[in-house]
Design a protein around this ligand. Structure first.
Ligand code: 5GP
Length: 255
């Protein structure tokens, strides 16, 4: 048996060198973190389920023509993916106000937004992922205007598709975060969906009862299950440093 080379150790995933050049093995851990790593825990079996969910969603998105890094699932916890150059952005789409967004704009959790809103955050744990605009992204060279056009177009397709898919299962897609990478193939480079899509990176509520079916159950375990009032109460009580998905510097609660 030979030892695999570990390329990257993340909060919820580990990346190993893949069997062929240009491939990577993505291993899904049971570790859960929240509030920019201030809360840590283990959810037994989470990695197995997220591996499956991400496989399913990436495969379906591939079928509608959204290019992704996904190649195939290898086993319960691992999938084979294409090696990409990760663009250091978290692309967030919000359909309903919740979490940090609801707090930022003083909206009640659960408020339907007039239209889907896309936001960008610079991936940097030390800076707590600051929100950025297209100006920052292109000026600092994280992505070109052409890259951004592709990212926006793909993200809108991902939102439309996921929203409908979850709706069909009685689930409301409140918001989600995705990441993109550059895939180099011969003399071509293209933007593809990377990382994962799972209940770790989405807010998903039961359509009928508003019960939270996502990682918020780990972030805010004491809130009333299945009730919107629980969400509002949790948002009201979360005006303390570190509360919310990210402890962002622009958040008035964060000093
Ligand atoms: P918020 O900006 O309100 O904290 O998060 C918006 C959405 O993006 C939520 O669905 C949240 O789960 C997801 N999200 C934000 N930051 C991260 C992150 O660092 N990792 C993961 N997996 N998801 C994130």
């Amino acid at each position: 048996m030979s030892r695999r080379r570990r390329i990257y150790e993340g909060k919820a995933k580990t990346l190993f060198e893949g069997p062929e050049p240009g491939t990577i093995v993505q291993y899904f851990k049971d570790d859960a973190t929240a509030f920019n790593n201030q809360k840590k825990g283990t959810i037994t079996g989470k990695g197995v389920i997220n591996n499956r969910i991400s496989e399913f969603l990436m495969t379906k998105l591939g079928e509608i023509g959204v290019p992704t890094h996904f190649i195939r699932r290898l086993n319960m916890r691992e999938q084979l993916i294409r090696q990409v150059e990760i663009i250091p952005l978290e692309v967030v789409v919000r359909n309903v106000a919740a979490g940090s967004f609801a707090k930022r704009f003083g909206l009640e959790e659960g408020t339907q937004l007039p239209r889907s809103i896309m936001e960008f955050f610079y991936k940097n744990d030390e800076l707590a992922d600051p929100m950025v605009t297209e100006e920052h992204i292109t000026a600092f060279g994280w992505a070109t205007p052409q890259d951004l056009d592709d990212i926006v177009a793909l993200t809108l397709r991902v939102n439309d598709f996921l929203f409908g898919l979850f709706l069909g299962c009685g689930i409301k897609l409140i918001d989600f975060k995705i990441e993109f990478g550059r895939l180099y193939e011969d003399d071509m480079v293209r933007i593809v969906l990377a990382d994962e899509i799972s209940p770790d990176s989405c807010l998903l509520w039961d359509l009928r009862t508003n019960e939270k079916l996502d990682k918020d159950r780990f972030r805010r375990p004491r809130q009333g299950r299945g009730s919107l009032s629980g969400g509002r109460a949790a948002a009201r009580h979360s005006h303390r440093p570190g509360a919310g998905r990210r402890a962002r510097p622009h958040d008035p609660a964060v000093k």
